[in-house]
Design a protein around this ligand. Structure first.
Ligand code: HEC
Ligand code: HEC
Length: 355
């Protein structure tokens, strides 16, 4: 879609209150994508109208991939209501990721990332992020869009900013573009949520997938980590139960709940792991900001809960009350999911029980 068309569409949407959850969306500039689109001329090769044009693949059906595109899987993944996902990254030739701060990687201009969603056997959408400007915090530095697959699964069209509810006959919702920023722009300056030291520090079963060690050995990190060995440079503390829960919180909650998120000042829970916080379970931000910590009191079914996590009592912990809540304003995670995640519930429940 052309920049001007999108600008008009955005203003119309904002004017008629098309946001799914205005209480949350008030926190972001509502028309930031319109501003970005206006700055991004039609015909910009980095922001094309079909997925094939982004450089991910060499055919419209995206069954063959460009040579410079690398597939990866984060060790800890975001639950997407049973959808299966594939992810790819492409770094411009000769560039490196600035890893001076191992917790907040800064990507070179021209970095592209994609994530494809398949729900109930139907490939529904492929999301695309590209870094357009060197200053990560400049308006329009990062561009977010998504492409919907057609019924024949052999071509895509760029999705309108409003997203698509129950797309392609599935229950999968293609998010509106403000939602992309709601999650991705809450990790500053990185924006990229699943390509990082902790996410890629493992040995994938499929050795063709990119991992941290591959990035080190191919010289893609400006300041590669020197501690540890392949697959265990930043080991998580504790038991398997601890590690599973901490990893789950990192991937499913840490993008909104970390010190660089705008809600951190009012809601200081912190679920994003950082490499310097891994010595003990009690030293992780997740533990320190939640266990035996008072939260905003929550009343459900006549009972008021006050502590975010009470060891041994998941049923009385605000974390689980919110995780399982049917109230949209209370339920966590706040976006990207309509179905409870049974594995996530089991992981967090087991953790709280074992504390
Ligand atoms: C509910 C929060 C949320 C929303 C909304 C969201 N994302 Fe993401 N996205 C994530 C998380 C968390 C990851 C990393 C974990 C994973 O891949 O499982 C991710 C990963 C990605 C990736 C792979 C690169 C990366 O950052 O790890 C792309 C590309 C992407 N998202 C694009 C988009 C686009 C485009 C939109 C809007 C159309 C969007 N996302 C909306 C949370 C979100
Ligand atoms: C898309 C952003 C987003 C995601 C993802 C998200 N949250 Fe939240 N969360 C918020 C916001 C905003 C608030 C504050 C507003 C409110 O109270 O609802 C909040 C509040 C909370 C609180 C209340 C803290 C207090 O001090 O009372 C807890 C606990 C919480 N979230 C846990 C989680 C957990 C656990 C996850 C992952 C399973 C998660 N959140 C995922 C945005 C998010």
């Amino acid at each position: 879609m052309g920049g001007l068309v999108r600008l008009v569409a955005t203003l119309a949407l904002v004017a008629c209150g098309g946001d799914k959850n205005p209480a949350i969306d008030a926190a972001v500039t509502p028309d930031v994508d319109a501003v970005v689109d206006a700055l991004t001329p039609d015909g910009n090769p980095l922001t094309p109208e079909t997925l094939a044009g982004t450089g991910l693949c060499t055919n419209a059906a995206c069954t063959t991939f460009a040579a410079d595109v690398l597939e990866y899987e984060p060790r800890f993944q975001l639950w997407s209501d049973t959808a299966s996902k594939r992810r790819w990254i492409s770094l411009p030739a000769g560039t490196t990721i600035d890893t001076t701060d191992m917790d907040y990687w800064k990507f070179p201009v021209g970095t592209k990332l994609w994530k494809e969603f398949t729900r109930d056997g139907v490939r529904v959408e492929t999301r695309y992020i590209v870094k357009l400007l060197a200053d990560d915090d400049a308006v329009g530095a990062w561009f977010y869009t998504t492409y919907q697959w057609n019924a024949a699964q052999n071509a895509t069209t760029e999705v309108d900013i409003a997203g698509v509810m129950n797309a392609n006959g599935t229950n999968h919702d293609i998010p509106q573009r403000t939602d992309c920023r709601e999650c991705h722009e809450a990790l500053v300056p990185s924006r990229v949520l699943g390509v990082g030291a902790i996410s890629l520090d493992y040995t994938p079963a499929n050795s063709a997938l990119l991992d941290l060690e591959d990035l080190i050995t191919t010289g893609k990190l400006s300041a590669p980590p020197t501690a540890g060995t392949a697959g265990a440079r930043f080991p998580l503390p504790g038991t398997d139960v601890d590690r599973t829960a901490l990893g789950y919180l990192h991937a499913n909650c840490g993008h909104c709940h970390n010190p660089t998120s705008t809600n951190f000042g009012t809601t200081p829970v912190d679920y994003r792991l950082r490499v310097g916080t891994l010595a003990t379970v009690a030293g992780t931000p997740a533990y320190a900001s939640s266990v035996n910590v008072n939260g905003s009191p929550v009343t459900e079914n006549g009972t008021t809960y006050t502590k975010i996590v009470i060891p041994g009592q998941p049923q009385n912990s605000i974390m689980m009350i919110r995780f399982l809540s049917s109230l949209a304003v209370r339920k966590m995670p706040q976006r990207g999911s309509e179905m409870a995640d049974p594995d996530g519930q089991a992981a967090l429940t087991a953790w709280i029980n074992a504390l």
